[in-house]
Design a protein around this ligand. Structure first.
Ligand code: SF4
Length: 1003
């Protein structure tokens, strides 16, 4: 019998806001509490349920990681035969990973990366700390791309129709294309590529155009920057790129820009935004973020004030704000002033116009207005004009030139390509998947079928390959030589980490063949470009090695420059604004996981809960709770969305904060030819997306009979109303900088056991909830580092997802239509008095001498007492052998086995697992520093989640080192322990979130 005092939870202050995970929990807390009583969702512990998993379920269950063949029953360890190298490759030390600098393209910019390889296999991706775009971090897509590399459904041979061909056949075909079009100067040659930021691509494109002067180049990507470019062209006369200083800005106004997640440059934006809001003491200041948006985005979830508006009303809001600035505050807008005379506040909340204008004027030269890529060019131009008038240009906003000054509007370009296919003899498509994602009215598949010779270079045999005569495997970015230009102009090198697994070609190599380059291999192409650009002839080899080592050409960034705006052009553009729509509007959304559909066969991303809805393995139509109730639909009910006679049917989902009458449609789902994981997963929304309205459109919505099962995690792992994700306002923080610890006080009870004195290292982790944006990058980073399997949709529905770190998303406040949001990353808290350790009958989980709550996997007998006793619900149980075979007894493909981190044990069926602070990284650093003959220093070790986090929300280190970052974070007054009342003494701790609302907004 415990002699402890009975635990009583600290009562929340009367003024504390209500936290809720789902509308069901908010509307019926009693029923929700009852459902949460059994600790785990219905059926989670019923192993025999596996028999009912369908064959498709088996395939989705097939893990994204794999070990060698496992034998069931009495033999728990895989039996493997291995052979040593007869002749080891040069520089290779078995067991010692190598790290290489490279880069990938992400929404029009280069992302500098460091890739870890084990014996030649890329296994893990990190950001390059010296690169201006990544700053040492990544986004979740970069974390997941290593799984795309090992996708078992990647194309492994060229094809003509359904007939397998060789690369020699492809070379012969390319030679014949060259011969044919040498005769007509390229008149019948059409080339479609994704927009490129590669200096080599641009050089080779010019060379191809010189060789075939009549040939036509086009570009297309469905999530693009065309409106931003056109807006800049209107404002400045040229398509410049704006760089926003989210750290220095005091007032930030986002006009439908998800700059923290899905927009270009999001990693750097998230870091700078978080840096502008880190509070250590009461005298610190922080920025204030206003978001006006047409869906509920990650950026909106981090806003201090958020206004949900239907897409067509956003221009009206900005015009009204501009008019207020010009008239009430005498901001000089020149000829633009007259164009704004007709702007009206009708239907818009007045406080959002008057207060925001006042705030922007009060922060002249220290504010930022940013428009999202969905917004029309006129809105971008007006935003430039307002920033200029507010004195932000040259202060919080600077500009650089774009990589490709000839790039035209993407919709115009793909429309011209479709038209140009009439009469074309040869169509070459480099990458992308336009048959799936181009505007539906262009009917590319039919037009391509009429072209005599059509080739698609693609990583998988996708929808476009099925419409072209030829398909050629395209090398993955981690297999390719290339060069890319970061937004600031920094030339970044892409070097292959592995030879193409299936012999794919790169875009550069195809263009080099067409251009007649003697050495058309990517390696020579990139060197040739760099040699020409750098003008380095003597000493090139040593410069080349330096560039490869660093990953980019030092000093190649452009000096930033201010923009010179032409207000009269902006005024003219504003006159062409679209009228508001009265009725339902569809808004087409770039998916945080699929982007445009290119990652549709990535099981990690498919299973990752959506940042806001927490839905896995599906997309839905997002509706506001009010709209859903007017339509009479519940979560999962099927609806029909119709635009001009074309309909799609998909399940509805109520998303608090979604604008009324705005139907959010996530793009990239519902693929037919993605691969075994992604085929027929989710619902294709592209049929409604046409060239006349790429981002939003008036639609009709009707409820259908029937519903569709959705697997989501938002109600899993409930902590039942206790103080969890603690937040307060800046005012509260200034009044009491230690407010968080008062809401989650540590009890004065004596410890159960004799307390351990840690004489060496004492590892700890601090998570700053004020910096966490909820982007999910850490979840995939942890999965990639720790060989964490996926389990499939049916298993997620049972609460069997395996993520070691999860992001709990809470809605905050009383209003279901306008809630605030709080995110809380949650993993094993490495408790000092761990409730799990006390109940394990075989001591499979026990404390290490450095304070980790270790797991001895081969001891675990799977009673799951520990998971039951974990107050944080942070433990995961292997109900099946996710890593070996799926339940259809199909072995996981060999390419998947290549992704494994060899330093992390692969867990078998019946074993409990959880976060262990990446103990393998601790041991690696221990060995390295021992060899170097020095003690471990702060920064020698970083755990995977902390290293990947774009906003530096997670800090890991030694709590016994008073100077370490983690120790200093522990001293910050916002610091608190989660459910401290329980007395478990968690080692992972939190910094409370602080919001910075404008008191006048609630007046
Ligand atoms: S802690 Fe995780 S979810 Fe939060 S910002 Fe960092 S990576 Fe994103």
């Amino acid at each position: 019998m415990s002699k402890r005092e009975k635990y009583s939870f600290a009562a929340a202050p009367a003024t504390a806001k209500k936290f809720w995970k789902s509308l069901e929990a908010k509307e019926n807390p009693a029923a929700f509490a009852k459902a949460a009583e059994p600790e785990f969702p219905m059926g989670v512990g019923t192993v025999e349920d596996a028999a009912s998993v369908s064959r498709r379920g088996f395939l989705t269950v097939a893990t994204a990681t794999a070990a060698a063949i496992g034998l069931e029953g009495c033999v728990r360890r895989p039996v493997e035969q291995i052979l040593p190298y007869a002749q080891a490759p040069e520089y290779l030390n078995p067991g010692v990973p190598m790290h290489y600098a490279t880069s990938v393209e992400r929404r029009g910019e280069a992302l500098g990366l460091l890739v870890t390889t084990h014996e030649g296999r890329p296994t893990k991706i990190e950001g390059n700390p010296e690169h201006p775009a990544s700053l040492g971090s990544t986004d979740l897509l970069a974390q997941a791309m290593v799984l795309d590399l090992y996708d078992p459904d990647r194309s492994n041979a060229p094809k003509q129709g359904e007939a397998k061909k060789t690369f020699a056949d492809v070379d012969a075909l390319m030679a014949s294309i060259v011969r044919t079009h040498s005769a007509d100067a390229g008149a019948g040659l059409r080339i479609l590529a994704t927009p490129s930021i590669s200096p080599s691509f641009l050089r080779l494109r010019a060379a191809v155009q010189q060789r075939f002067p009549q040939a036509k180049f086009y570009t297309w990507t469905p999530v693009n920057e065309s409106n931003a470019r056109e807006g800049a062209r209107l404002a400045f006369g040229e398509p410049v790129v704006a760089h926003h200083d989210y750290q220095g800005a005091k007032i930030i106004l986002s006009i439908d820009s998800d700059f923290l997640q899905t927009e270009s440059g999001s990693i750097r934006s998230a870091r700078r935004f978080a840096d502008g809001r880190r509070l250590s003491q009461a005298t610190d200041s922080m920025s204030r973020l206003y978001v006006v948006e047409s869906t509920h985005s990650t950026t909106g979830a981090n806003a201090d004030h958020r206004l949900a508006l239907a897409p067509s009303k956003i221009t009206a809001y900005l015009r009204a704000l501009a008019k207020e600035l010009a008239t009430a505050h005498r901001i000089e807008l020149g000829p633009l002033g007259a164009a704004l005379q007709g702007a009206s506040n009708a239907g818009l909340p007045t406080k959002w116009i008057s207060n925001v204008a006042k705030e922007l004027v009060g922060a002249r030269g220290r504010s930022v207005i940013v428009a999202g890529s969905r917004q029309p060019a006129a809105v971008h131009a007006l935003v430039h004009a307002l920033n200029a008038a507010l004195g932000n240009h040259g202060a919080t906003i600077v500009f650089s030139s774009v990589a490709d000054t000839t790039e035209t509007d993407q919709t115009a370009s793909i429309t011209a390509f479709a038209a140009g296919l009439e009469g074309a003899k040869t169509a070459i498509i480099l990458g992308g998947n336009p048959v799936f994602d181009a505007p539906a009215d262009l009917d590319l598949a039919t037009k391509l079928a009429r072209v005599e010779t059509s080739l698609h270079f693609s990583g998988t045999h996708d929808e476009t390959c099925h419409a072209t005569k030829w398909h050629v495997p395209r090398a993955h970015e981690l297999e390719s030589w290339g060069d890319l230009r970061a937004l600031d102009g920094t030339v970044t090198i892409q070097q292959p980490l592995i030879a193409p697994l299936f012999g794919g070609r790169t875009d550069l190599e195809v263009l080099a063949q067409l251009a007649g380059e003697r050495n058309w291999r990517g390696y020579y192409v990139v060197r040739q470009t760099l040699r020409g650009a750098a003008g380095v002839q003597n000493g090139f080899e040593s410069e080349w090695r330096r560039v490869l080592h660093r990953g980019f050409v030092a000093g190649s960034a452009e000096p930033p420059r201010p923009g010179v705006i032409d207000m009269s052009r902006v005024a003219t553009a504003l006159g062409r604004s679209e009228p508001a729509v009265d009725g339902f509007e569809a808004v087409f959304l770039a998916c945080a996981k699929m982007l445009d559909g290119r990652h549709a066969n990535n099981a990690w991303l498919l299973e990752l809960p959506d940042p806001l809805t927490r839905i896995t393995w599906d997309n839905v139509a997002l509706l506001s709770p009010k709209t859903a109730s007017e339509l009479g639909v519940r979560n999962g009910d099927m609806i029909r969305v119709t635009r001009d006679g074309t309909s799609i049917e998909l399940p509805a989902w109520k998303l608090p904060g979604q604008p009324d009458k705005a139907v959010g449609l996530l793009m990239g789902w519902g693929r037919k030819h993605a691969g075994r994981y992604g085929n027929d997963v989710g619902f294709d929304v592209y049929p409604l997306r046409r060239s006349d309205a790429l981002h939003s459109a008036a639609v009709q919505v009707a409820k259908l009979a029937g519903s569709y099962p959705i697997s989501q995690t938002q109600d899993h792992d409930s902590m039942e109303g206790r103080p969890i994700a603690i937040d307060g306002t800046l005012e509260e923080f200034k009044a009491d900088p230690t407010f968080a610890i008062h809401r989650s006080p540590t009890p004065r009870t004596l410890p159960l056991w004799r307390e351990v004195e840690y004489r060496g290292h004492k590892w700890g982790l601090v998570i700053d909830l004020g910096a966490c944006t909820g982007c999910n990058t850490c979840v995939i980073a942890c999965q990639s580092e720790n060989n964490i399997p996926t389990v499939g949709k049916a298993m997620v529905a049972k609460g069997r997802e395996m993520h070691w770190i999860r992001i709990d998303r809470y809605f905050v406040g009383e209003d279901a239509n306008e809630p605030e949001v709080a995110f809380q990353p949650l993993a094993c808290q490495q408790c000092e008095e761990a409730p799990c350790e006390n109940v394990c009958p075989v001591e499979a989980t026990a404390h290490s001498p450095e304070g980790l709550n270790d797991m001895a996997y081969n001891r675990c007998i799977g009673t799951r007492y520990c998971a039951n006793n974990c107050p944080y619900k942070a433990r995961r149980f292997n109900y099946f052998n996710w890593h070996t075979k799926n339940e259809a007894d199909e072995e996981v493909p060999p390419t998947r086995q290549m992704q494994f981190n060899p330093n992390v044990t692969v867990r078998m069926r019946g074993v409990m697992e959880k976060c262990t602070y990446c103990v393998q990284r601790i041991e690696t650093a221990r060995t390295a520093t021992k060899i170097a003959g020095r003690p471990m220093r702060d920064g020698d070790i970083n755990v995977a989640c902390a290293q990947a986090c774009p906003s530096n929300a997670i800090t890991f280190g030694d709590l016994n080192d008073a100077a370490s970052r983690v120790s200093r974070q522990n001293q910050v007054s916002r610091h608190y322990k989660l459910l401290a009342d329980i007395g478990a003494q968690p080692r992972t701790t939190f910094l409370a979130k602080v919001r910075n609302p404008n008191p006048e907004m609630s007046a």
